[in-house]
Design a protein around this ligand. Structure first.
Ligand SMILES: *[C@@H]1O[C@H](CO)[C@@H](O)[C@H](O)[C@H]1NC(C)=O
Ligand SMILES: *[C@@H]1O[C@H](CO)[C@@H](O)[C@H](O)[C@H]1NC(C)=O
Length: 354
């Protein structure tokens, strides 16, 4: 009996053991399934997020967007033309509009690139897809990409200023700086000679040869461009301004320049006009201590060949800018300049759709 009972006892013990281990196994199995499901759904969420989050790079997968984004704008700024206010807008809008801005810093502030650098630069900016659309800016003379065998053309823009005003502004800027970076030590800091005194003494810093800057910037990389008073350089500068630039604005009408850019190139400049108007005061950069020149100084400078030519170039640019503005913009009911809208359409399209 005793042994019988022992056998029966052992059998029921085995049964309980089997039952218990089954329960433990089931519990562990269910737990494992739950963890698996949770981690899988987390992965799915991650994948969904990756695919729905807007990314700058995503646009490049769509061939249509790729074409729209294949934009390289070059703004080869002439020093002291009041372009800092415009650049402020370009930098502030880059995140919102999804483009890149890059400053071209040339060693020793040279406005001319070596031949090998010309090729490097032109190939780099046209092939650098990750940085497109892009706005490049720097104090660089106009560079013709076709001469270098590069088929894609950048979109050139620029701003010019009344030449004597630009020169005087630069003269005082070197001595007193401006309210943009007031604590930066300028080259001629502490020198209090006025522009009139400088001209009277015939010093190098106010030599009219310094006026020869806007013409060579538009003329370009040819040696002749940098010869003060060259007729060829002037005519080349005019030619480039009209044929190679999308738009050239003037400092005194910078807000109209921005409005025109916004309508002509919305991919980059969308919203620039409103942004500029709203922040106009905060972006202004004024040279301190600027004295207007005396009539004698004016007279002396306006007699020179270099001033006459630079002035002719400025007048030429101004006339062109006004013509473009008149053709493109119209005043709306709020007194704001807006685009006239599309003024052309297609007719007589053949073959007719059946
Ligand atoms: C250009 O680079 C040089 C050397 O790196 C630097 O000293 C200079 O300040 C830079 N110029 C500008 C305008 O940032
Ligand atoms: C362009 O130049 C930059 C800086 O030198 C470099 O990092 C980049 O890889 C270049 N891009 C191309 C496409 O050559």
């Amino acid at each position: 009996m005793c042994s019988q009972r022992t056998i029966m006892g052992m059998q029921s013990f085995r049964l309980v053991h089997l039952l218990l281990s089954s329960i433990v196994f089931l519990f562990v199995f269910v737990l494992y399934q739950r963890i698996l499901v949770t981690s899988l759904s987390a992965q799915v969420r991650n994948i969904e997020q990756v695919h729905t989050a807007p990314r700058l790079e995503d646009a490049s997968h769509d061939p249509h967007d790729q074409q729209k984004d294949d934009i390289v704008v070059i703004y080869n700024r002439v020093p002291k033309t009041g372009s800092t206010s415009f650049m402020g807008v370009v930098y502030d809008l880059c995140g919102q509009n999804g483009y890149h801005v890059l400053h071209i810093n040339v060693t020793k502030n040279s406005h001319i690139l070596s031949l090998s650098d010309q090729v490097r630069f032109a190939q780099n900016v046209t092939q650098w897809q990750e940085k497109k659309p892009a706005v490049y800016h720097g104090h660089l003379a106009y560079l013709d990409f076709t001469r270098l065998g590069i088929s894609q053309q950048p979109i050139y823009i620029n701003i010019i200023r009344e030449p004597l005003e630009r020169m005087i502004s630069y003269y005082y800027f070197l001595r007193y700086g401006d309210d943009f970076r007031p604590h930066l030590n300028r080259r001629k800091k502490g020198n209090t000679m006025t522009f009139d005194e400088c001209v009277e003494e015939g010093l190098v810093e106010c030599d009219v040869k310094n006026l020869w800057l806007q013409i060579p910037f538009f003329c370009g990389h040819a040696a002749e461009c940098w010869v003060p008073g060259s007729e060829w350089a002037l005519s080349e500068a005019k030619h480039n301004l009209v044929h190679k630039y999308l738009l050239v604005g003037v400092t005194d009408e910078i807000s109209d320049f921005i409005t025109l850019l916004e309508f002509a190139l919305p991919r980059v400049f969308h919203g620039a006009s409103a942004y500029f108007t709203a922040g106009e005061k905060s972006h202004l950069r004024k040279t301190k201590q600027k004295l207007p020149p005396s009539p004698e100084t004016l007279n002396k400078i306006q007699q020179t060949r270099v001033w006459k030519m630079e002035n002719e170039f400025y007048e030429f640019a101004l006339e062109q800018f006004h013509a473009v503005k008149k053709r493109t913009l119209v005043v709306d009911s709020n007194g704001q300049f807006i685009d006239r809208g599309q003024q052309f359409k297609y007719m007589k399209v053949r073959p007719k759709p059946s």
